[in-house]
Design a binder for this molecule. Structure first.
Ligand code: PMP
Length: 428
């Protein structure tokens, strides 16, 4: 077997970085083998340290909606950096990005920029509790809202991948006020509201779940949540860190036509630089400091490089037809994969939400909850993952992660992926 430079690099990294990585899921624990070290990316493609090329469906776990190193984004970042990287004072770029987000998601009347999706969700919880004067929050099994103590209960992504039920270090007192229900099960939510309704500050939901593979909410489920929140006075918080600018340009809230009270944004909003945001109804958002009493702050929040990167990304993505073309491309990818899987006798179910997708090795044609995802053939996924990696297609190293498409994914990338899949399916 050919040796890769990734192996010594990972060995060295592991002596200095915990597990050799800075985010748990990157370590390939769920699929086995050595994580591949990357050195550059352009458009739909990334190149590893051996010079091997891959079509990239990870896209940094979602942010790179325009693909790697998009010229507008690179120019915006370098031009901005040349004028200083951070001021700790207001800049016009922050307002420009907020205006752009509001134009795309009109339900977001006011924004607060933060540095990660975790921060956005953490602040959403605090704000909802402060605003409503209530303590309980309700979340769903298999939904992930970052590594926020109170939300690290039955969470998705790495928590599922690593089989950690919650996490040591989270005091029971902190999660006592966290209620959980099965995803897409409105009756279970109704029961919880019947019992606890007047103490629930917020319902947090991924309207398209991207942390138990990719599972879109049933429209009736989201409508039911909206109604229960309206009746009880709880705030409905859409965690659109993944689905924002992806499920539709205007996020899942546009796709479903349902307005949450608060929205958590991340990933695409920074176009590959670290920024995220909490936004929503002005009367609720204005409870944040300095206009309101709920404290929230950040040294690098609204960082100029991240604002410039996000603005350039959203400007390019919101040009007429650009997002729609990527959605159509994603549909062709899934159709092609299903065809080739069927040709090889491999049962494959797929979900698509705009430029997000999920692949499920199952005969079932109903994947709506965490249990459905967990019941898929994990061993087959591992072999598929490694086969595709070998063939030059980079997928997330876990069956609990969503796939992502960029506007740079073209005919060449499509053909390369489908040819690879055909060979890999034949060996499954
Ligand atoms: N919410 C969702 C829906 C996410 O997918 C993620 C990250 N995958 C987060 C929150 C946390 O974001 P971050 O990793 O930027 O803290």
């Amino acid at each position: 077997m050919m040796t890769s430079r990734s192996e010594p690099l990972f060995e060295q990294a592991s002596q200095y970085l915990v597990g050799g990585v800075n985010s748990a899921v990157r370590a390939f624990r769920a699929v086995g083998g050595t994580p591949v070290f990357m050195r550059r990316g352009e458009g739909a493609w990334i190149e590893d340290v051996d010079g091997k090329q891959y079509v990239d469906y990870v896209l940094s776990y979602g942010p790179l909606a325009m693909g790697h190193a998009h010229p507008d984004v690179v120019r915006a970042i370098t031009d901005t950096a040349a004028r200083g990287t951070s001021f700790g004072a207001p800049t016009e770029l922050e307002t420009e990005l907020a205006m752009k987000v509001q134009a795309i998601m009109p339900g977001i009347e006011r924004l607060r920029m933060v540095n990660s999706g975790t921060e956005a969700c953490m602040s959403a919880v605090r704000l909802a509790r402060g605003y409503t004067g209530r303590d309980r929050v309700l979340k769903f099994r298999g939904n992930y809202h970052g590594h926020v103590d109170a939300l690290l209960v039955e969470a998705g992504s790495g928590v599922l991948t690593l089989g950690i039920p919650g996490s040591p270090g989270v005091p029971a007192a902190v999660t006592e006020t966290t209620l959980t229900a099965p995803y897409n099960d409105i009756d279970a939510v109704r029961q919880l509201f019947a019992e606890y309704g007047d103490t629930i500050a917020a319902v947090l939901v991924e309207p398209v779940s991207g942390n138990m593979n990719c599972v879109p909410a049933l429209p009736s489920f989201l409508r039911g949540l909206r109604e229960l929140c309206d009746e009880s006075g709880a705030l409905l918080v859409f965690d659109e860190v993944m689905s924002g600018f992806r499920a539709a340009l205007g996020g899942a809230q546009a796709w479903y036509g349902i307005d949450p009270d608060l929205t958590c944004l991340g990933k695409v909003i920074g176009g590959g630089l670290p920024t995220a945001a909490l936004g929503g109804r002005a009367d609720v958002m204005d409870w944040l400091a300095p206009t309101g009493p709920v404290y929230q702050a950040g040294t690098l929040s609204g960082n100029p490089l991240a604002m410039a990167s996000g603005l350039a990304t959203l400007a390019a993505l919101s040009q007429p037809g650009v997002h729609a073309d990527a959605v159509a491309w994603t549909a062709r990818l899934l159709e092609g994969l299903r065809e080739r899987a069927a040709g090889a006798g491999v049962p494959l179910f797929t979900h698509q939400a705009g430029t997000m997708f999920g692949l499920f090795f199952t005969d079932s044609d109903s994947v709506v909850g965490f249990e459905d995802v967990a019941a898929c053939d994990g061993e087959r996924f591992k072999r598929f993952f490694h086969g595709m990696l070998e063939a030059g297609v980079y997928l997330a190293p876990s069956a609990f992660e969503a796939g992502f498409v960029s506007t740079a994914h073209d005919e060449t990338a499509l053909q390369h992926t489908l040819d690879a899949a055909e060979r890999v399916f034949a060996d499954l």
